[in-house]
Ligand binder design. Structure first.
Ligand code: GLU
Length: 506
């Protein structure tokens, strides 16, 4: 049964979604699912100057790739919608006006020039200008608290630009509770009268955000730490409207790998890792940002890694399926301090998830890479290759590097290894080995191993003398899985051919 838990992810469509945003979405999703609740996507697109047309679709695609779908949102289950703030303008206007009527807000006509002069005047006296009870009714500021109703009306009729400001209460100690940070108190005298509604007919973030959270029946606001300073105003706004406030939880920042400062796109560019889930092309500059998906990360591993950036289960377990994350997730286990991002850990998760994938799934991902190289092999063959190399692979794109010798003769031979292992007498020895191989009918891994080892023992020479040049001839380097498995896979003809090649080339 559905519960009353309703959470929302409320991004502004100003560009691609940073992984910090994805983590906020993930924690909201986990919290909702854990409590049989609803996960809402709301697009906060009231700031027209920062609006980017393809960003909303990017957000939707990113959530889909991460497999954390929203239950309600644009185009989906719109029962308390619309879920795009630009489609709710009238609602905000109505609510802003209501606050003016109840005395919780007022009209302000101050021009930016006037406000600038105020600021400078304060600075000259070594003071900080705050638009609030300190000076809102002193007569220097132009607002409906000091103007008569007629004056206000005249200004409006004349088309003077105005905003609606919140009338922050004076001399109150506000006590608030955050699910992660505990009790917070603030003196309302330090808060300024924030703008709620702008002259262009658009609400500011604060008004739209809390009106929507109320109308969309949001029970828990789970969002980034950068919104913590807005919490007092939001709590006061709920009070002003006479509404119950939701519970709040402010998530810690995701920090740069050095552990200081917020992780930025620039860090990713500099250190060579993506900070976005999907690649993104900036339509204006043409810049392309890399994405986890395109770089070959598995979505489930990526999500597992993100979950651990700020949360821990309280035990040693690190690998969690989405379902396990859902069951284990608790806000009280989210840390207050920033979480250091580690690109190495992101790779580690991918490697771990690689091992949990079915060989057939990995085979399907490897086939297009092979086909691009003009290599066609049976699925069965590729599947065997995959099972022998996946342990050492972090990404699918590593497969070729780890397995090319299964598909083609070595193009070159590792110089250092050749120098060390291809010695006087080696060509003759390899020639003799070819003679032996020609007599072997059963080319299974076990049988060739048995026959070749017996041959070496009979000859009373060291194993390395044969095995190293043989590996070098077949692989081109001293790497790769069990040598006799390679022999079985490539077969008699190719094994002999590669030995002949090495004899002529080395
Ligand atoms: N639109 C805000 C953002 O972009 C939402 C903040 C909130 O969740 O209240 O992060």
């Amino acid at each position: 049964m559905e519960s009353n838990v309703r959470v929302r992810f409320a991004p502004s469509p100003t560009g691609p979604l940073h992984i910090g945003g994805v983590r906020t979405a993930l924690y909201n999703y986990l919290f909702a699912k854990k409590h049989n609740g609803t996960f809402v996507l709301r697009i906060e697109d009231t700031d027209q100057t920062r609006y980017v047309a393809n960003a909303e679709q990017y957000i939707i695609d990113a959530l889909a790739w991460c497999n954390i779908p929203f239950d309600e949102g644009p185009g989906r289950n719109e029962k308390l919608g619309p879920y795009r703030q630009s489609e709710r303008k009238e609602i905000y206007k109505k609510h802003a006006t209501l606050l003016v009527e109840t005395g919780w807000a007022y009209y302000a006509f101050d021009t930016s020039k006037q406000l600038d002069a105020e600021r400078k005047g304060h600075e000259a006296k070594g003071k900080n200008f705050i638009y609030n009870w300190h000076n809102r009714e002193k007569g220097r500021l132009v607002n409906s608290l000091v103007l008569s109703d007629e004056e206000v009306e005249t200004k409006m009729k004349a088309g003077e630009n105005y905003v609606i400001r919140f009338k922050t209460p004076q001399d109150e100690i506000l006590r608030m509770e955050d699910e992660i940070r505990g009790n917070i108190t603030i003196d309302t005298n330090t808060l300024d009268d924030k703008i709620l509604f702008k002259g262009d007919g658009m609400p500011t973030y604060h008004l739209a955000n809390i009106v929507d959270d109320h109308l969309m029946e949001i029970s828990h606001v789970i969002r980034g730490e950068e919104w913590l300073p807005s919490m007092p105003l939001h709590i006061l706004l709920y009070k002003a409207f006479g509404w119950d406030a939701p519970k709040f939880a402010h998530l810690p920042l995701i920090l740069k790998p050095i552990g200081k400062g917020k992780l930025s796109k620039r860090d990713g560019d500099k250190l060579g890792f993506p900070v976005f889930p999907l690649a993104y092309k900036n339509e204006i500059s043409g810049d392309l940002s890399r994405g986890y998906k395109e770089e070959g990360y598995f979505a489930d591993g990526f999500i597992n890694m993100l979950a651990f950036l700020g949360w821990n289960p309280g035990n040693e377990q690190e690998l969690f399926s989405l379902e396990e994350l859902t069951n284990s997730f608790e806000l009280k286990r989210v840390s207050k301090s920033g979480a250091k991002f580690s690109p190495e850990k992101a790779s580690w998760f991918n490697q771990q998830y690689m091992q949990t994938k079915e060989n057939s799934e990995l085979t399907d991902l490897f086939i297009p890479i092979l086909e691009e190289k003009g290599i066609y092999q049976t699925n069965d063959f590729i599947l065997k290759v995959v099972s022998s190399i996946k342990e050492r692979a972090i990404f699918i794109k590593d497969f070729w590097e780890l397995s090319s010798f299964f598909f083609e003769n070595p193009q070159e031979y590792d110089a250092k290894a050749s120098k060390k292992n291809w010695k006087e007498g080696t060509p003759e020895l390899m020639n003799d080995l070819i003679g032996l191989l020609e007599t072997i009918q059963n080319f299974s891994s076990e049988n060739t191993e048995k026959e070749i080892k017996k041959w070496i023992t009979d000859k009373e020479i060291g194993f390395g003398k044969v095995m190293q040049p043989l590996r070098l001839s077949l692989v081109g380097a001293l790497k790769g899985p069990h040598l006799f498995d390679i022999i079985e896979m490539i077969g008699k003809e190719a094994t002999i051919k590669r030995l002949e090649n090495a004899i002529t080339k080395l």
